[in-house]
Design a protein around this ligand. Structure first.
Ligand code: ARG
Length: 458
């Protein structure tokens, strides 16, 4: 049954019918559509459009439908309804006859679809917050057990300065905390209810929209009806929050893929999250990380997709907007899946102390210390940098790390260098110096871990 047959003389072309239909995507909004309909029937009762008996019958029938849908979420797909809103109304009419036809009074699919989608997002965000929490916990746990593992930090993918593996974990913790904050902000903005906006100009039935919004668990109702049915900012915002976070997860994956490379072997991934080669028996590939890295592309694609769908649309509702859901669902499902995968990867990750240490020792990543040492001896930083560069060049020729050079070699470049240079070049002592906020000093890192654990109550 169509909801709009009266004005038409001939039937829809079957191909158009299929083309126009969104049920195979928006069937996921079934629960939200039914819950919204229950609230709407309550609002119709409060406004005197339904009497108590009618309201009760509609509500009971919708509750039965809700149970059926919860038991079998694919139930909707067995129909050939145009969309989820048509399906729910059709079911109600099947159950209640003419009484079911009263439900849509004062309501449009335009305010309904956005209400359903916002309700769905609020539900989905609860799962995402949980996934983010789990990922944060895994980062903190790994950080806690790798405080003693010193490795080179990189810039330009060249060894730069020593850091600890723990410090690396905390860097990603900061990123995911910002992602979480952005998600919270997006949630605050989307938490307003469009229902009662009608097709575009509001409703003429004196519905108390604020009560209706509260009944559905929204913080408030939306202000302008024309905006309410046109607004998909929240879709764009959620996809963009997810995109930023997926970009972080992709960099996280890339770092781990690099650490896991046959050349570095800083880490070993668990058998549970790797796969082998069909031909080369020795292979253990970081598929899970590579897939996170590539899935970020899917999410970025969805961001462009929704922006392009919306950018040329005149107010208010246009059918183009029906295409908003697929990308949003894909995005949030993918983000959720990748967060879970990332947590799983961290759970059993082994960090190889010796390989990290060896790489560090052959990296000249303590060269900045030598320059700083010279500054302390009264030489300006630019000259110190130059002298140190020359010493590194000689050490490279001798194939020795800086700390293995004889004092006589140092002396060739600066008479200010004495035996205390060996202390300055010591990796542990250089780490310990970086005690200002955000530094890699072990006690700064361990305090950060304590603070994070406290804030998560773990
Ligand atoms: N299936 C539509 C969507 O997802 C519902 C709104 C339809 N409104 C309309 N006036 N045709 O956007």
């Amino acid at each position: 049954m169509k909801l709009w047959g009266g004005r038409f003389i001939s039937d829809s072309n079957p191909f158009f019918k299929k083309f126009n239909s969104s049920i195979n995507i928006d069937f996921r909004l079934a629960e939200q559509d039914i819950l919204g309909s229950i609230s709407w029937s309550g609002a119709l009762f409060k406004s005197g459009i339904l009497n108590y008996d009618e309201y009760k019958k509609i509500k009971d029938a919708l509750c039965v439908l809700l149970c059926n849908v919860k038991q079998d979420p694919e139930l909707v797909l067995k129909s050939n309804s145009e969309d989820i809103h048509s399906w729910v109304e059709e079911q109600l009419i099947n159950m209640l006859g003419d009484l079911g036809k009263k439900l849509h009074t004062g309501r449009s699919r335009n305010d309904q679809v956005s209400t359903d989608l916002k309700l769905w997002c609020k539900q989905k965000l609860k799962c995402l917050f949980k996934n983010i929490f789990d990922f944060k916990v895994e980062l903190i746990k790994l950080s806690e057990r790798t405080q003693h593992i010193i490795m080179p930090g990189y810039t330009h993918l060249q060894c730069a300065q020593p850091i600890t593996f723990s410090f690396w974990c905390l860097a990603y913790l900061e990123m995911i905390k910002r992602d979480e904050c952005r998600l919270n902000d997006a949630l605050k903005r989307l938490d307003s209810c469009p229902l009662g906006s009608g097709a575009l100009s509001g409703n003429a039935w004196n519905i108390n929209r604020e009560d209706l919004a509260k009944d559905m668990g929204f913080r408030s109702s939306t202000n302008n009806s024309l905006d309410s049915v046109s607004d998909r900012d929240y879709v764009v915002e959620l996809v963009s929050v997810a995109s930023i976070s997926m970009m972080h997860l992709s960099r996280f994956s890339e770092d781990l893929i690099f650490f896991n490379s046959s050349e570095l072997k800083f880490i070993e991934l668990s058998d549970c999250v790797t796969s082998g080669s069909s031909l080369m028996p020795q292979k253990k590939n970081p598929d899970s990380l590579e897939l996170i890295r590539s899935k970020s592309g899917l999410v970025f694609g969805c961001l462009i997709r929704i922006l392009v769908i919306l950018k040329g649309l005149p107010l208010s509702y246009n059918k183009d907007m029906q295409e908003d859901k697929e990308g949003l669902f894909d995005t949030l499902d993918t983000w959720e899946e990748c967060l879970c995968m990332a947590s799983l990867i961290l759970k059993d990750l082994c960090v190889n102390y010796s390989n990290c240490w060896y790489s560090l020792k052959t990296s000249y990543s303590n060269a900045t210390e030598l320059a700083d040492y010279l500054v302390k001896k009264g030489i300006n930083f630019r000259d110190s940098h130059y002298i140190t560069g020359k010493i590194v060049l000689e050490a490279l020729t001798l194939k020795l790390p800086l700390e293995k050079l004889n004092l006589s070699v140092f002396k060739k470049y600066s008479k200010h260098i004495d035996m205390d240079v060996y202390d300055a070049l010591d990796v542990i002592s250089l780490l310990k110096k970086r005690i200002s906020k955000g530094g890699v000093a072990p006690r700064v890192v361990s305090q950060a871990i304590i603070d994070e654990k406290m804030s998560l109550n773990i």
